[in-house]
Design a protein around this ligand. Structure first.
Ligand SMILES: [Ca+2]
Length: 190
């Protein structure tokens, strides 16, 4: 019986490289409908109510979820950096904050593509197990490839209702791994 299992990093990196290269394909003749789709790609999801609000830019989404406290986030979520994640995490501890940011999931690896910012009226507590959970529906089902942890650790689950295969992420992760890529149907926040 094997007690340890070491994943092949080489395979993961090769897959990551392939997915990055495919992003280079451009769409010529993009019409208004395509533009509209791309503009609504940055959403804020409240895990308390399940409500979702989408914005044209990541900057607008962050401004909305921070109640106007952070208005200079990058236009694209792809450029989310440690400074911003630190600011978001720090904002979570501000007394009287309208909402606390739990984490962000991205459709593409390297924090690319559409982004969903999860917020709640309070953040995750340490040492108490699970704080929140939510199903990923519609186009977000089986689509997450990278994630940013803010107030919470994120646990991706294969089935809705946090069932089936799952993996836990305790820090921001530019590629969730071959085993979990495009597979998450629900998320637990710890
Ligand atoms: Ca799934």
């Amino acid at each position: 019986m094997r007690h340890t299992f070491k994943r092949s990093l080489t395979v993961a990196l090769a897959t990551l490289t392939a997915s990055v290269v495919s992003v280079g394909l451009s769409t010529t003749g993009a019409n208004a409908a395509t533009d509209q789709t791309q503009r609504a790609d940055n959403c804020v999801v409240n895990v308390d109510s399940g409500s979702k609000q989408c914005f044209g830019t990541f900057r607008e989404a962050i401004a909305a979820t921070t109640d106007g406290k952070i208005t200079n986030a990058p236009l694209s979520a792809k450029h989310i950096d440690q400074k911003l994640t630190d600011r978001l995490s720090a904002a979570s501890h501000t007394t009287g904050a309208q909402a606390v940011q739990l984490g962000v999931v991205f459709r593409d690896s390297n924090y690319g593509g559409s982004a969903q910012v999860f917020e709640a009226s309070s953040g995750c507590q340490s040492g108490n197990g699970r704080d929140f959970q939510i199903d990923l529906s519609g186009s977000w089902n089986n689509a997450v490839s990278s994630l940013t942890t803010l107030s919470c650790w994120l646990e991706l689950w294969d089935a809705p209702g946090t069932a089936g295969f799952h993996q836990e992420y305790q820090q921001s992760t530019s590629y969730v791994g071959d085993a979990m890529n495009d597979r998450a149907s629900s998320i637990a926040f710890l």
